[in-house]
Design a protein around this ligand. Structure first.
Ligand SMILES: *[C@@H]1O[C@H](CO)[C@@H](O)[C@H](O)[C@H]1NC(C)=O
Ligand SMILES: *[C@@H]1O[C@H](CO)[C@@H](O)[C@H](O)[C@H]1NC(C)=O
Ligand SMILES: *[C@@H]1O[C@H](CO)[C@@H](O)[C@H](O)[C@H]1NC(C)=O
Ligand SMILES: *[C@@H]1O[C@H](CO)[C@@H](O)[C@H](O)[C@H]1NC(C)=O
Ligand SMILES: *[C@@H]1O[C@H](CO)[C@@H](O)[C@H](O)[C@H]1NC(C)=O
Ligand SMILES: *[C@@H]1O[C@H](CO)[C@@H](O)[C@H](O)[C@H]1NC(C)=O
Length: 460
């Protein structure tokens, strides 16, 4: 194989200068906020780019119905791009949190001056034509309310498509919210809003609108989040690559790439007023270093599958029971606010959720947060499982989703899970240069001139 770039192994270190919350979450507070005097270690996010002598077998061609999901430096959020364009000089591209727990999709209007609109380098809607406004909405995230006004993109002759690269792939109509508020949970994140996809097939649902526009033949989407240690090649820098989201027929066509077979196990969504992706988990066990314990939580629990939540949220008593069974009385700590930490040396304990007879296993490596350096917490890592009583349901967020290829089926009102087994993969992304400021010129050049030979190890 001809290698056009000379760099054998490049290791980048990306130092975040501000202290991070161990669990930086859209729905819950982090442990560092709650335990006085605790400082979390600044994260060193490292990744390596290596010239290897093989190409991955599995390649995703990213355009139209298969889209790259991006992530931030702390891997707290996963976002997708949306392009608005009026064909007469107005064109903007918005990074939006992909949120299966939110019924409204909205972006910051140019009138937004609150915290995250001012402090982050966010893109705000700056269309200057006359807009026909629709109805107003109000939505609450944790303790923040966001108020706004819908616009119909069809009525305003604005074109809309998903992705970073423009193609002819257009959603004909969509109700997009414009807001002047930014919820404080967004502080520190450079996203322009939320792309919410619940089970509700209305004008506010992008999947329904893609179907109505003839872009997909089924109202279904699939989600896959990347994992540490995976080998990847493509022209999205590894530290920005969060996963892939697929729509319509692409969901089934690519299933085997993620899970090694074509069979995902479906469970019905439980009817609920919020159109959440709500499922019934019938019992929950753990596999600890002591072996398997069945029925740690033997009752059933209604659970929201939520791509907009970083971690996992249980009521306090359930969170205690699970940590205790996994790590023993001395292997974990918690405070009264529902934050937990466990000894960092625990690496391969599993929680096993029984979903409609299928056992879904999540390893502690996926719910282990950052290590503490405070002497009183030395040796402990933050747990991404938090114990909060005011949610009413369990919430399984990204720490859970990372283990599966998850299929959200609006037609059948079901969610399917397949235990993901992807080790190495490539993404052939449309032609647009990387926007990453921190990725070095050397490696970017290398990727562009020698895409086939450069593989990167994902570290988040
Ligand atoms: C958006 O911002 C512009 C400029 O501040 C303002 O004139 C307009 O009323 C705002 N629209 C909405 C729907 O908030
Ligand atoms: C904001 O983003 C733009 C476009 O990506 C970039 O050119 C600029 O340097 C950024 N500014 C800051 C302060 O990060
Ligand atoms: C994307 O969609 C457009 C419009 O439906 C189509 O013309 C184009 O061929 C599609 N591109 C790919 C790569 O499928
Ligand atoms: C959840 O599953 C349990 C056990 O299978 C069952 O008893 C309960 O009725 C179910 N709840 C709902 C809301 O479907
Ligand atoms: C982790 O370390 C503690 C002591 O620091 C020890 O008691 C415990 O057995 C270790 N656990 C594992 C899984 O290695
Ligand atoms: C990318 O650009 C190259 C050269 O400009 C072109 O040959 C190729 O077809 C483009 N690929 C896509 C997917 O647009």
């Amino acid at each position: 194989m001809r290698i056009t770039c000379i760099v054998a192994v490049l290791v980048h270190f990306f130092l975040i200068t501000h202290a991070l919350l161990p669990v930086k979450d859209f729905r819950v507070k982090g442990l560092a906020n709650e335990i006085q005097g605790v400082k979390s270690r600044a994260v060193v996010n490292s990744w390596s780019e290596q010239v290897l002598s093989y190409s991955p077998d599995v390649v995703f061609t990213s355009l139209n119905n298969t889209q790259v999901l991006y992530t931030d430096d702390t891997n707290s959020i996963y976002y997708i791009y949306l392009i608005l364009d009026d064909g007469h000089g107005y064109k903007q591209r918005f990074p939006l949190l992909l949120d299966t727990g939110s019924a409204v999709s909205w972006i910051y209007n140019q009138s937004c001056t609150s915290n995250s609109c001012q402090n982050n380098n966010v893109t705000k809607f700056n269309y200057n034509g006359n807009l026909k406004l629709g109805s107003t909405f109000s939505i609450t995230y944790t303790n923040d309310q966001v108020d706004g006004t819908y616009i119909s993109i069809a009525e305003n002759n604005i074109n809309m498509q998903l992705g970073r690269v423009t193609s002819d792939f257009k959603v004909q109509d969509f109700s997009l919210g414009l807001t002047s508020d930014s919820p404080s949970i967004f502080n520190g994140f450079s996203v322009s809003g939320i792309l919410g996809i619940t089970t509700d097939s209305s004008d506010e649902n992008i999947v329904s609108q893609m179907y109505d526009s003839g872009l997909i033949n089924k109202k279904v989407f699939g989600l896959y989040l990347t994992n540490p240690g995976q080998i990847y090649r493509g022209n999205v820098p590894a530290k920005e690559l969060g996963g892939v989201v697929l729509f319509g027929q692409d969901v089934a066509d690519n299933t085997k790439k993620f899970i090694g077979s074509n069979t995902v196990n479906y469970v019905d969504v439980v009817d609920n007023n919020n159109n959440y992706w709500l499922i019934n988990i019938s019992d929950t066990s753990v596999v600890s270093s002591q072996g398997e314990s069945s029925n740690v939580i033997s009752d059933s629990r209604l659970t929201i599958i939520d791509s907009g939540t970083t971690g996992i949220v249980f009521p306090f008593d359930d969170a205690v029971a699970i940590h205790k069974q996994l790590f023993g009385d001395t292997g974990y700590l918690n405070d009264q606010n529902g934050n937990f930490a466990f000894l960092c040396n625990y690496t391969n304990e599993n929680i096993v959720f029984n979903v409609g007879g299928t056992k879904l296993s999540v390893s502690s490596s996926n719910f282990k947060g950052q290590a503490y350096t405070d002497p009183s917490l030395f040796g402990y890592c933050a747990s991404k499982i938090q114990g909060l009583n005011n949610y009413g349901h369990w919430v399984l967020g990204q720490a859970f989703l990372k283990s599966f290829y998850t299929v959200f089926d609006l037609d059948a009102n079901q969610i399917g899970f397949g235990q993901a087994s992807l080790q190495s993969f490539g993404i052939e992304f449309g032609n647009e240069s990387s926007s990453s400021a921190s990725s070095s010129v050397l490696s970017t050049t290398c990727v562009e001139t020698s895409t086939k030979s450069v593989l990167t190890t994902i570290t988040h």
